[in-house]
Design a protein around this ligand. Structure first.
Ligand SMILES: [Zn+2]
Ligand SMILES: [Zn+2]
Length: 250
């Protein structure tokens, strides 16, 4: 613990020093930052990050347009979950993918700002209280080629911290991405499915047999990616698969 405090203190000191030499501004509102606790964001901007409120699909967490959607039946699923039940048992997507969270995820994912992994993980911790008992935490994997160019998997950074927080083992080797895929954004449902078909695999099924798994990703777009992961895990013999993603594209 003492070493931890020392490392934190040194990190804060070096952060303050570098800010004094090279002023950093808030990625959202551009005010200069002086020792703000969240890297790259001022506290007032960070405080505007709020969870999605109102009724949501109990399976995939899609927010319903009508505030009365669940009045008659609290188990009322959205159209997509009714017509094509997902392979995961339940998904939670606590925040809307909006500024300034959107910028924070972008900085973590594409600009190497790994120091944002801690505050972003803290945003997800409350959601974990809703999840049934699990045996393993897994990140949505990146393909080895993309991992080489990006050097890290942002979903693993979050999963690793969440696993330490709730003391559940992290497994980032068993579920792998076997094919490099083009980004899902802008593709039709048909093309998204085609793009992801058979692109995930389980390396050692015995590691996940009958295990209840929590799958972690940063952004939930249509759910196709996490659903393909869940399908692959279930086919390989896992127990229930639950999903937590930080932000949902609405
Ligand atoms: Zn700001
Ligand atoms: Zn749904």
């Amino acid at each position: 613990m003492r070493l931890h405090a020392f490392i934190r203190h040194t990190r804060e000191l070096s952060q303050k020093l570098s800010h004094a030499l090279l002023p950093v501004t808030c990625a959202h509102c551009s005010v200069p930052l002086w020792g703000d606790p969240i890297p790259f964001f001022c506290q007032p901007c960070w405080n505007t990050i709020h969870t999605l409120s109102g009724p949501k699909c109990p399976r995939c967490n899609l927010p319903f347009a009508s505030p009365f959607a669940l009045q008659h039946n609290p188990q009322h699923y959205c159209h997509s979950c009714r017509t094509r039940p997902p392979a995961f048992s339940q998904a939670w997507t606590p925040y809307p993918y909006q500024s300034p969270l959107k910028e924070a995820i972008g900085l973590l994912k594409y600009y190497g700002k790994i120091s944002l992994a801690d505050p972003l993980t803290r945003l997800m911790i409350n959601t974990l209280k809703a999840i049934p008992p699990i045996d393993l935490i897994m990140p949505v994997p990146l393909h080895a080629t993309r991992l080489r160019t990006r050097e890290y998997n942002q979903a693993l950074l979050l999963a690793h911290r969440l696993s330490a927080h709730i003391d559940i083992p992290l497994n980032y080797r068993t579920l792998i991405r076997t094919r490099e895929t083009t980004p899902q954004t802008g593709l039709s449902r048909h093309d998204r499915l085609k793009n992801l078909r058979r692109c995930f695999a389980v390396t050692s099924p015995q590691a996940i047999t009958e295990k209840n798994i929590l799958l972690i990703d940063d952004v939930f777009t249509t759910g196709t990616t996490v659903n393909e992961c869940a399908k692959t895990l279930r086919k390989a013999g896992s127990g229930n698969v639950y999903v937590v993603t930080l932000a949902r594209i609405l």
